[in-house]
Design a protein around this ligand. Structure first.
Ligand SMILES: CC(C)(COP(=O)(O)OP(=O)(O)OC[C@H]1O[C@@H](n2cnc3c(N)ncnc32)[C@H](O)[C@@H]1OP(=O)(O)O)[C@@H](O)C(=O)NCCC(=O)NCCS
Length: 179
């Protein structure tokens, strides 16, 4: 699918270099459950994502540069028609509205063509850029979970807990705001 400035497409095994452009940056993965990725890991990821329908590559329409990726997973039970959204963009391309533009295009397809009832997203409360993006898109903050996740351990091996916000938007809300 394409927007004014972007193409949102499936990954290919050749996207390793593009992925490495941002997954090697600490600020891009600070709130992800993994650390910075090597070029070899990015080549593997590109191969895996090429076969994973939940991942979407976001590229500039002008020159094809990979500026980020979206994740949209159909959660179980499938008949509840609920999807989980995620995203990581290249720090060199933040603050230009690309994430908003790409998410909006994918959510339009998700609600209008795939028949989603509800789209949710989780984010760390410290990740203000992420929850501001969700609010720009029209998702509502539905919950604040205390110490619900841990992506790292302290020196003694104990989990370092962090909070999470839950955001969501319903089909009726999306249609009213974007229809
Ligand atoms: C979350 C993330 C994608 C948000 O990126 P972002 O650049 O803030 O979001 P957008 O691309 O939508 O850009 C919005 C900004 O561009 C500005 N902008 C400029 N031109 C714009 C346009 N044409 N349309 C919309 N916004 C525009 C907006 O005013 C906004 O500015 P602000 O950052 O000063 O508020 C980014 O911070 C990221 O990749 N973080 C690392 C990964 C991560 O944490 N993922 C989430 C885990 S839960």
């Amino acid at each position: 699918m394409s927007t004014d400035r972007l193409v949102v497409r499936r990954f290919t095994p050749d996207d390793g270099e593009g992925l490495h452009g941002y997954l090697s940056r600490p600020e891009a993965v600070r709130f992800e459950p993994y650390g910075v990725q090597t070029r070899a890991q990015c080549d593997e990821l590109a191969g895996a994502r090429a076969h994973d329908p939940s991942f979407w590559a976001v590229c500039l329409r002008d020159d094809g540069t990979l500026v980020g990726n979206l994740y949209l997973h159909h959660d179980d039970p499938r008949e509840w028609r609920s999807y989980g959204l995620g995203y990581v963009f290249h720090p060199d391309h933040w603050h230009q509205g690309y994430a908003t533009e790409a998410c909006r295009a994918l959510l339009d397809v998700c609600f209008d063509q795939w028949g989603a009832h509800r789209v949710i997203a989780h984010c760390d409360p410290r990740n203000e850029a992420s929850w501001r993006l969700l609010e720009r898109l029209g998702l509502r903050r539905e919950g604040h979970f205390r110490q619900s996740a841990s992506f790292s351990a302290d020196d003694a091996g104990r989990p370092v807990w962090h909070d999470a916000y839950l955001y969501a938007v319903l089909d009726t809300e999306w249609a009213a705001a974007n229809g």
